[in-house]
Design a protein around this ligand. Structure first.
Ligand SMILES: Cc1ncc(COP(=O)(O)O)c(C=O)c1O
Length: 382
């Protein structure tokens, strides 16, 4: 059993190795922002990479393509769905896959705020207009506002970017919600491009891959995912698209040609095979269990703090904290200056008075960050 409470002795060297989350901490700050975890990568991945790095040749190879059957089998086993090897196309990482998915859609892009900051930049990056529609809160949960989406629809919209599960609000979309979204897309001939990078960090509920929403969805969806989050290897980096429809797949590959290679690379091939061949399953389950404990701890601690409240996480290790009551315009700046805790500002997600806190770390680190935040909040004078 992996001890997630144990602080890795290698953690202190993350800044030395130029890992972004820790290089920002030059003055004793605790980094609770960049979405990677302060747990070591599962040992089977480290061992497989080490073993291969001992061999002093790095020539053309079929390591990544040989990992494709393992990914397809993982989807069949985990989601009880059809998943053919030829449906899988490697991308350098998830975001380029989402960008190209939207190029395939071919028109304006729609998504729902609050939303992961790089998804909010896709339209700009591919040079098309965008329409963002806020999620609504129903029975205390964020959900799609289909009436607002209908009202915002214009015929130039050709792609919808779904984040499933959702970063930053931590929702695991239900089949009913996904079906509603899919029906909206079909009604308007919009391509559903699903970013499912967090799909294995499910704390409650069941993840439904976009291409399995209903029988018809195999023909009208592009799903992009990766083992980057679950196995804590986003620096490798790694990503793949699942595109069952041949015509869409060919368009996708054609659109990648001027941009990047889809053959994957050596490190990526080694890591992704180990991530999905069963070697890391026990570690993943133990991680999820630990993160459930951290999510509960965050909820309990935030509930006892003034000015802030936190959304309930069904997925991800990212807590979405409402700071609207805090008398400061930039809550993330407040936490960095007064608590020495670095969180993501909500402005990047389209919600200025929120912050996102990463709880993918040992409990002791989380406790220290929350202690500091609580002290800073209690010292606020109104
Ligand atoms: C929803 C979402 N998509 C994509 C990414 C980035 O993926 P990649 O680094 O593989 O491009 C992240 C990273 O935090 C994310 O949260």
């Amino acid at each position: 059993m992996f001890d997630f409470d144990k602080v890795s002795p290698a953690l202190k060297d993350r800044a030395k190795y130029q890992e972004n989350k820790w290089t920002r901490c030059t003055n004793g700050e605790i980094p609770m922002f960049v979405a990677d975890m302060d747990f070591q990568t599962p040992q089977p991945i480290i061992d497989a990479i080490k073993e291969r790095m001992e061999h002093p040749f790095f020539g053309y190879n079929s390591v990544a393509s040989n990992a494709i059957p393992v990914i397809a089998q993982h989807y069949r086993d985990k989601y009880h769905c059809q998943c053919e090897e030829e449906w899988i196309v490697f991308v350098p990482s998830v975001m380029p896959g989402v960008n190209v998915g939207c190029l395939v859609g071919g028109g304006s892009v729609m998504y729902c705020d609050p939303m992961y900051m790089h998804i909010r930049k896709v339209a700009d990056e591919i040079g098309v207009p965008e329409v963002s529609v806020p999620l609504k809160i129903e029975n205390g949960k964020y959900t799609f506002d289909f009436d607002a989406m209908e009202a915002a629809y214009t015929p130039d919209i050709k792609s919808f970017i779904l984040c499933s599960p959702h970063n930053p609000v931590g929702r695991v979309w239900t089949r009913e919600e996904l079906q509603g979204l899919y029906d909206f897309c079909r009604r308007h001939d919009i391509l559903l491009v699903a970013d499912e990078i967090h799909c294995e960090i499910i704390l409650e509920g069941t993840h439904i891959p976009a291409f399995t929403i209903c029988d018809d969805a195999v023909d009208h969806t592009i799903t992009v995912s990766s083992a980057g989050k679950i196995c804590n290897i986003p620096g490798l980096p790694i990503g793949f698209a699942i595109i069952p429809n041949k015509e869409l797949r060919e368009k996708f590959i054609k659109n990648t040609k001027a941009l990047f290679s889809t053959r994957g690379n050596l490190l990526y091939g080694i890591a992704i095979k180990k991530a999905y061949d069963g070697s890391c399953e026990q570690w993943k389950e133990e991680l999820r269990q630990y993160l459930r404990g951290n999510a509960k701890y965050v909820e309990e601690r935030i509930a006892a703090m003034p000015f802030v409240s936190v959304n309930h996480n069904e997925a991800t290790y990212l807590a979405w904290i409402d700071c609207t009551e805090l008398p400061y315009e930039e809550p993330a700046k407040f936490f960095e200056e007064k608590a020495k805790v670095i969180v993501n500002p909500g402005s990047g997600f389209g919600a200025g008075k929120f912050v996102r806190l990463n709880f993918g770390c040992p409990r002791s680190q989380l406790k220290e960050a929350l202690d500091r935040m609580e002290r800073a909040l209690k010292a606020v004078e109104v």
